[in-house]
Ligand binder design. Structure first.
Ligand code: HDE
Length: 717
């Protein structure tokens, strides 16, 4: 049946050519403009006035409705994780995990569970850059047939603190300083490092946060972790401990720190755009869901405490089983309605999953409902479409701000007889949730278990597991961050804490700061109760049984794909079309995205008869937002050599260790740049600079992501 073309009342855009597909996506297509009461509006251009030059009338209910709504458009941003981006998708388990958990979405491989996933930074406000050195949030809402399950994790498997009571302090310390609201989205300032310097439990997380993990290339290329130990419970009520992981199928990759800072200026939406565009282009991001399962009887087997969120379980001790896959395949329709209003909560559980007694997790269980009440403004936040479960809700909760559900009948209490006892409780066999019956015999105390006191061993394990380049990046990050700290005593304390992790690390950081590593001040740990004896609260360092863990280094990640990588092609009039097309076709076949960058926008003349459209000019396109650069041959090279921006493009790509491929003629651009002053032609190949080489070699180089070894000779940024 032929579809009837919709008319567009009131479309007065005249000669603007509107893309029909986009128009059809718009909610108001073919509809009249109305008030929120459904009244059709006749004039949205003029307010009601006493005469066309007279005062506006209070009676203009249309004006008042519109302005009132506008005045209330903003809601408080999240106190942490304010800056975020999200997408829809689905999750499917590979094989039934019923041996360990009764959670239905983990039992049935034929089930496709819808998900909504939000990634975020922690410290910055909503409008801050995506490229801050920061932990990234990785929150997954599973809309399961048994209700919503939220896994609200991070891209780093441990946390700064062990007890929820310290969270407001940590966040106050890292957020902009309260007198002058500076710096935005940055931990490089006095208050953060002051806190760290007297909280040795943060040392393990500091190692991660100062590593390149805190500078992801893309949300699609970072791992996710549940952080806390949780419980799986099977149908027989048996429990095992479990740690959750997300493993990206594109590998784990990062950008360089200098690059991150520049991207923050060139494109502060870099991660948001990357996620959005990948999904729009059909390059759907994928992660495998991993679990480390620890039998209940092994609770005390390790030299760290499973309940301590500053510790991970090395994969050498408990391997990660990959049990399912997450795919993100749809962008939100509306940022506010979905990404902003989504309300995650570690306490949104389904039968088969339960909490451990991790004191950080326990505190979170209070915080997330409380924060939604303040942010979304009503206990009915579960009725916002993005938060609604896919199963019906029946209970005796009623009313409140913005209630959507229209409950029928007289009965809003239980037990009752007037509604035959409905809604009634579900037996376990009917999907009723029961908490795990953990035996607890304890005194009521404010105390921390001594098993939480080793603050350094895993920090050392992390440092030892890094490649040389990763160690250098980490050291430089600490030099940068502490270099921004103005109070010398704070630097002294942090550097001496680093000495507890690794003396070579501390010495190198100290060298960069022009200081020496001092002996730790006593007490190292300043967080002890008023009546406590400081000596009882000092960290201990156990003898490390494991020297290295391969999974902790990004150097060991997957490097076998160029899918969705962005390649800049520098062109100008006279570019060799044949060569250009050969590269373009081969790269696109592997899933890469090509952007043509020319001295100006518009059509660029090829060496033959064709014209090539420039996607960006040297003014709008910057090397820092690309993964690799290609300079095809032809007369274009002469023009490029005369353009300082083109030379800068190559220099930056080189100093950020990106693969560069040039044609025989393109070598002139390398000569005009810094590259061939730093690199001998004979070593260029191994350093990811390919001169007149087959396209296959370029593809392999892009899959390597970066040639960090270039940095060994200290390349200027
Ligand atoms: Fe959160 N955290 N958090 N957190 N958190 C919030 O909840 C909180 C912690 C995490 O994309 C808030 O809805 C406390 C660890 C993510 O919407 C708030 C403590 C981990 C997100 C809150 C922690 C996280 C949040 C702010 C210490 C990693 C973003 C807005 C006890 C496992 C969720 C909101 C999203 C958000 C409190 C510690 C992850 C204030 C009190 C550890 C990914 O409720």
């Amino acid at each position: 049946m032929a579809t009837k073309k919709k008319t567009q009342p009131g479309n007065t855009t005249g000669n603007t050519k509107v893309n029909e597909l986009e128009v059809n996506k718009e909610e108001g297509t073919g509809q009249f403009l109305t008030t929120n009461q459904g009244l059709r509006i006749n004039d949205d251009q003029n307010s009601l006035k006493a005469g066309n030059r007279g005062p506006s009338l209070l009676e203009d209910f249309i004006l008042r409705e519109k302005i009132t709504h506008f005045d209330h458009e903003r809601i408080p941003e999240r106190i942490v994780h304010a800056r975020g981006s999200a997408a829809h998708g689905f999750f499917q388990v590979y094989e039934s995990m019923s041996k360990y958990t009764s959670a239905r979405f983990l039992n049935d491989p034929s089930l496709k569970t819808p998900v909504f996933v939000r990634f975020s930074t922690v410290a910055g406000s909503r409008g801050s850059t995506d490229l801050a050195r920061d932990v990234r949030g990785f929150s997954v809402k599973f809309y399961t047939e048994e209700g919503n399950y939220d896994l609200v994790g991070n891209n780093i498997p441990v946390f700064f603190i062990q007890d929820a009571v310290k969270f407001p302090d940590l966040i106050h310390a890292v957020k902009p300083e309260p007198d002058n609201e500076m710096p935005q989205a940055a931990s490089a300032h006095n208050t953060f490092w002051d806190f760290v310097s007297v909280m040795p439990e943060s040392m393990h997380m500091i190692m991660w946060a100062m590593s390149d993990r805190a500078l992801p290339r893309s949300y699609r290329m970072m791992e996710g972790f549940g952080v806390h130990t949780f419980r799986f419970i099977n149908a027989r009520g048996e429990s095992s401990f479990v740690k959750f992981h997300w493993k990206p199928l594109l590998g784990v990759h990062s950008v360089a720190w200098d690059e991150a800072q520049k991207i923050s200026g060139k494109d502060p939406d870099f991660h948001r755009r990357d996620l959005w565009e990948a999904i729009e282009n059909g390059a759907f991001p994928e992660w495998e869901f991993g679990v480390q399962i620890i039998p209940e009887k092994d609770e005390h087997k390790y030299d760290f405490d499973l309940l301590d969120p500053t510790k991970l379980i090395p994969e050498e001790l408990v391997p990660v089983q990959r049990i399912g896959k997450l795919t993100l395949d749809r962008n939100p329709d509306n940022f506010f309605a979905e990404t902003e209003q989504v309300a995650f909560h570690p306490g949104h559980l389904v039968p088969g999953i339960d909490f451990s007694n991790d004191p950080l997790l326990q505190g979170r269980l209070f915080s997330y409902t409380d924060t939604q009440l303040s942010r979304l403004g009503s206990p009915n936040f579960h009725e916002i479409p993005i938060n609604r479960p896919i199963v019906p809700i029946h209970n005796n909760q009623r009313d409140g701000h913005m209630r959507q559900q229209i409950n029928r009948g007289k009965v809003s209490y239980g037990p009752n007889t007037m509604a035959n006892g409905c809604p009634f409780q579900a037996k376990v066999a009917e999907g009723g949730f029961v908490s795990y019956e953990e035996k607890i015999e304890a005194k009521k105390v404010r105390e921390r278990s001594k098993s939480f006191f080793d603050h350094f061993s895993q920090a050392t394990l992390f440092f030892n597991s890094q490649s040389d380049i990763e160690k250098t990046h980490l050291i430089n990050a600490l030099r940068f961050e502490l270099g921004k700290v103005e109070i010398e005593e704070i630097r002294d304390r942090v550097v001496s804490l680093l000495g507890q992790v690794d003396m070579s690390l501390a010495t190198q950081v100290a060298d960069g700061l022009g200081m020496t590593v001092k002996k730790p001040q006593q007490p190292i740990n300043r967080s002890f109760p008023a009546d406590g004896n400081p000596n009882d609260f000092q960290p201990v360092k156990k003898v490390q049984t494991l020297q290295k863990s391969a999974a902790l280094s990004m150097n060991n990640t997957i490097k076998n794909t160029i899918k969705s990588r962005c390649i800049a092609v520098l062109i100008a009039d006279g570019v060799d079309e044949e060569e250009l097309n050969k590269y373009k076709n081969a790269l696109e076949k592997q899933g890469a995205r090509i952007k043509m960058i020319a001295p100006r926008l518009g059509m660029i003349k090829g060496s033959g008869k064709g014209n090539i459209k420039a996607d960006m000019s040297l003014l709008t396109g910057s090397s820092v937002v690309f993964d690799a650069v290609l300079v095809p041959g032809g007369k274009n090279v002469n023009t490029l050599v005369s353009q300082p921006e083109a030379i800068h493009f190559i220099n930056e790509a080189y100093s950020h260790c990106k693969p560069i491929a040039v044609s025989k003629e393109g070598i002139a651009l390398l000569k005009a740049s810094y590259v061939l002053h730093h690199l001998g032609i004979d070593e260029a190949d191994q350093m990811g600079v390919l001169i007149d080489k087959p396209v296959k070699q370029f593809i392999d180089a892009i899959a390597q992501h970066r040639f960090w070894k270039r940095e060994v000779n200290k390349v200027p940024a």
